[in-house]
Design a binder for this molecule. Structure first.
Ligand code: GDP
Length: 370
């Protein structure tokens, strides 16, 4: 405990000194008046003396009280901020809930869902079906799901955006070399035979055949049989050099069709082999052959893999086996390549068509049931 002595002419002055030195918590221990200076009691100055101290514990208590009250104050501010935040959160949650309910309302919009399902059964992916359905919903009232109205919107859209059909175009005096690629079993060899017959028998073109599909003996035999029936020359090649020689051997021909070995789209080695095979020879156009019976997801994967080769056009086979002609839309959209021929049966040569776009759209839409 610190004890100090203060002297001043008046009590107020002394107390002021105490306060300014020891603070407001100073405790006065003793005061006295005395006389200072003078001569034998004459002319002496009246003075005041104050002895004071400060209660440190009390000061600390006060300080801690002060900090307690500050803390309490801060706590109160925090509490009120928290409660404000809580309110804000509640409001936000309310809004979110509202929005969710709205989108939930969209998701369970039964008419829209029915339309998506209907488009899906056309052979479209769920994604394309939803996108199309939402576009349709912007244009027509889905309440009564009027098929004709919906088909009209689709017709317009398909005409503008999807259907680009390009046949094999021959130039006189030039040999066009076309190669068919695609997974095994999709109908490449059969399609090649159909095209060969179409151009040689119906269009009087000079057609030569080459098969590099030597992986399966049956494939060579199959094309050999067709070539004999249609009476066309067939070369069987095992290497890119042999393929080059065979192509050179067909000088003066209008059309040379090259069959390639099909393997699973998961066989990456095959794709690079195939690339090596056809990139080293002067092939004019490469057609990817796809089956309409393939599941959309697999079809997407096949296209992704074969797009590594510089594809020109698509041929879609086996449309006679399915009502899901929408796969044509998925395939052309994914590959970003035009469609050329479609095949609709096993018979050579008749089951191949160069579709006419309006008819094709009708064929795609005929499967639409609402
Ligand atoms: P590749 O392995 O791709 O050469 O396929 P293929 O030409 O050997 O054909 C495989 C099977 O599909 C054969 O049984 C063909 O008759 C059949 N096929 C080919 N095109 C069509 C078609 O358009 N419709 C139907 N239903 N079957 C087809």
């Amino acid at each position: 405990m610190k004890i100090k002595k203060y002297r001043a002419e008046t009590m107020q002055e002394a107390i002021l000194k105490v306060k300014s030195d020891l603070g407001a918590d100073a405790i006065i221990l003793h005061t006295r008046k005395f006389k200072q200076g003078g001569f034998f009691g004459l002319f002496a100055k009246k003075m005041v003396e104050v002895i004071a101290t400060v209660d440190q514990d009390n000061k600390k208590r006060k300080e801690s009280k002060l900090s307690e009250s500050r803390q309490a104050n801060e706590d109160n501010i925090l509490k009120s901020e928290l409660s404000q935040m809580k309110h804000m959160m509640n409001d936000m949650m309310g809004e979110l809930k509202n929005k969710n309910q709205q989108s939930l309302h969209l998701v369970v919009n039964p008419s829209l869902e029915r339309l998506i399902d209907a488009l899906w059964t056309l052979g479209l992916s769920r994604k394309m079906a939803r996108e199309l359905a939402e576009e349709i919903a912007d244009k027509v009232d889905l309440k009564d799901l009027n098929s004709e109205e919906i088909k009209d919107v689709l017709r317009e859209k398909l005409k503008k955006e999807f259907i680009d059909i390009k046949p094999i175009e021959l130039e006189s005096g030039k040999t066009k070399i076309i190669s068919l690629v695609g997974p095994t079993g999709v109908g490449k060899t059969t399609t090649l035979a159909k095209l060969a017959a179409r151009f040689s028998l119906f269009e009087n073109k000079k057609v030569g055949l080459i098969t590099a599909d030597t992986y399966r003996i049956a494939a060579v035999e199959q094309l050999k049989t067709y070539s004999e029936i249609i009476n066309l020359p067939l070369e069987v090649v095992f290497t890119p050099q042999e393929l080059l020689n065979a192509i050179e051997g067909y000088q003066g021909y209008d059309l040379v069709l090259v069959d390639t070995a099909g393997r699973s789209q998961n066989n990456q080695l095959h794709i690079s082999e195939l690339k090596g095979f056809i990139n080293n020879v002067p092939i004019d156009e490469i057609y990817l052959v796809l089956s309409a019976t393939t599941k959309v997801n697999d079809l997407m994967k096949i296209i992704e893999v074969y797009n590594e080769i510089d594809l020109d056009k698509l041929i879609i086979t086996k449309l006679d086996e399915t009502n899901s002609w929408g796969t044509i839309l998925e395939a052309t959209a994914k590959a970003k390549k035009p469609l050329s021929y479609i095949t609709v049966g096993q018979d050579v040569p008749e089951d191949i068509k160069l579709p006419e776009s309006e008819q094709l759209i009708e064929d795609i839409l005929k499967g639409l049931e609402l």
